[in-house]
Design a protein around this ligand. Structure first.
Ligand code: FAD
Ligand code: NAP
Length: 438
């Protein structure tokens, strides 16, 4: 039976490319008119979180699909326009565009009664609504589009007289001009937007509930993620941490040197916050660090946990994203608090026939890992490989959750965090084992 691919962002087109190359029949549905998902600025799917000044923060040689490098004349960290052009090149090179049904949203995915592994998929598009049956569904609808606002909302926020937005809505720096801007969070959205505000806002505050190790984009003249490679990527994390910590100390010093709180975790235990600009902007006094928001105290006033108060015209919540699947009934599948227990982060054990692509948050880029996931799924769907028994997969999921808890800071942003090279090796090993089993 045919497979169904939901979405034509980087993950969906990786699946289409691999399936086409392997001769596996599929339909691919894309809600908007473009490929590239998040990387298409002002995407008419209404889901892209890209802002005007966005560049990738994982360098191009590491982030490119293994099947097609990014153009040699691209910079180390291309912007979203270049990324969108790259995705266009991928689909045109492999003649995938005609295989994608654009402006067609998957609205429901239902298990077929009395059959294991078959799914009825309903789509709505220019030709109306239709339902088709598939032997596999590859979910690639992305996980950085549904904003997570502070939970619960800060007391008094409903009466705040300034403006409150989520990073997902932020596009152009003009919004920040001349205002007193409060940015909340210390992930990559927060540091990018705080830096942008620091140049044109009247005043910029960066409020954080924990510290972060802020990594520069370059170390020793090389993109920082090029320090890791298949060889150094097999070095134990504590060794890698010690090496990087020494280099960081020389290059930028400690976060506390710039007025940021001391991180409550070790280097590499959180998703990397990458910015070469944040620390100097703090040093210039153009960004004022603050602890977390305590409450909004009336008018435009905000109180912080240290008791200090400030006026703000605009609060930008850079508080991350929810993993959401609007096309599944919650009884079929959901990811409360971003928990998505899957075998090797791909296979649903409870729902045979469902595969998830790109539902990882690597210390590194998503795309080459999504590509490796698709190769494995192609093995499974074509019968070249067989999964272990469900009980064995369940035990491995539990063990992985346990490892995860020890490896990363406990936070909703880390439920799908993975180490880049170890995860790549894990998928390759799994492919070998599953092929031997078939
Ligand atoms: C601001 C920002 C910067 C980032 N920077 C980096 C970076 O530098 N490096 C990196 O590796 N990652 C980065 N990421 C992570 C980002 O999620 C990935 O780079 C990449 O976009 C993941 O691709 P995807 O295809 O999984 O998801 P998306 O790019 O979100 O694509 C999902 C696609 O599915 C489609 N879709 C959704 N629902 C449906 C439906 N029901 N029916 C049909 N189609 C549907 C959407 O229209 C979209 O085209 C960043 C994320 C954000 C928010
Ligand atoms: N290419 C780029 O330059 C770029 C730019 C932007 C984003 N991105 C990527 O996009 C993805 C999302 O990044 P993101 O920065 O939007 O989200 P994120 O990584 O999930 O970070 C969310 C931040 O908000 C904090 N937070 C959440 N709830 C909070 C609350 N109630 N009170 C105070 N703080 C709270 C988190 O703190 P805790 O750690 O305590 O949970 C964290 O600091 C990541 O993969 C990121 O790398 C990339």
């Amino acid at each position: 039976m045919k497979a169904c691919i939901i979405g034509a962002g980087g993950s969906g087109i990786a699946a289409a490319q691999v399936f086409q190359a392997r001769g596996i029949d599929f339909d691919c549905f894309e809600k908007g008119s473009y490929v590239g998902g998040n990387w298409k600025y002002e995407n008419d799917n209404g889901m892209s979180s890209a802002y005007r000044s966005l560049h990738i923060n994982t360098s191009r040689r590491v982030m490119a699909f293994r099947s097609l490098p990014m153009p040699e004349d691209y910079p180390d960290y291309p912007d979203h326009f270049q990324m969108a052009a790259y995705f266009d090149e991928v689909v045109d090179r492999y003649r995938l565009r005609e295989r994608i049904r654009f402006n067609t949203e998957v609205v429901s995915v239902e298990p077929v009664d009395g059959s294991v592994g078959e799914w009825d998929v309903t789509v709505e598009g220019p030709e109306g609504r239709e339902t088709n049956r598939y032997g596999a569904v590859l979910v690639a609808n992305g996980h950085h589009w549904d904003p997570r606002w502070p939970e619960p909302a800060f007391p008094g926020s409903q009466n705040f007289e300034g403006e409150q937005i989520h990073a997902h809505e932020y596009r152009e720096p003009e919004l920040l001009r001349g205002k007193r801007v409060l940015v909340l969070g210390i992930g990559n959205s927060a540091v990018d937007i705080a830096v942008e505000a620091s140049r044109i806002a009247d005043k910029t505050f960066l409020a954080t509930r924990r510290g972060a190790w802020v990594l520069p984009k370059y170390l020793n003249g090389k993109p920082i993620d090029e320090i890791a490679n298949p060889v150094t990527g097999s070095v134990p994390i504590p060794v890698m941490r010690a090496v990087m910590k020494r280099q960081l100390k020389v290059a930028v010093g400690e976060p506390t040197d710039y007025g940021l709180p001391k991180p409550d975790h070790k280097l590499l235990e959180a998703h990397p916050t990458v910015s070469s600009e944040l620390l100097p902007r703090l040093g210039h006094g153009d960004i004022t660090p603050k602890p977390n928001i305590d409450r909004f105290t009336g008018g435009r006033r905000v109180r912080f946990l240290d008791g200090s108060e400030e006026e703000a015209d605009l609060v930008v919540y850079c508080t991350g994203y929810k993993i959401t699947f609007p096309f599944f009934r919650p009884e079929v599948l959901s990811a409360p608090d971003n928990r998505l227990p899957l075998y090797r982060r791909v296979v649903s054990v409870e729902r045979p026939g469902l595969y998830f692509i790109g539902f990882i948050q690597p210390l590194g880029p998503i795309m080459p890992l999504a590509e490796a996931q698709c190769e494995w799924i192609a093995d499974l769907v074509s019968g070249r490989a067989t999964l272990p028994p469900p009980a064995e997969m369940g035990r491995e999921i539990d063990a992985e959750e346990e490892r995860q808890r020890k490896r990363f800071v406990a936070s909703k942003r880390h439920t799908v965090e993975v180490d880049f090279y170890p995860y790549l090796r894990e998928i390759r090993r799994e492919r070998k084992r599953d092929s031997a089993r078939a």
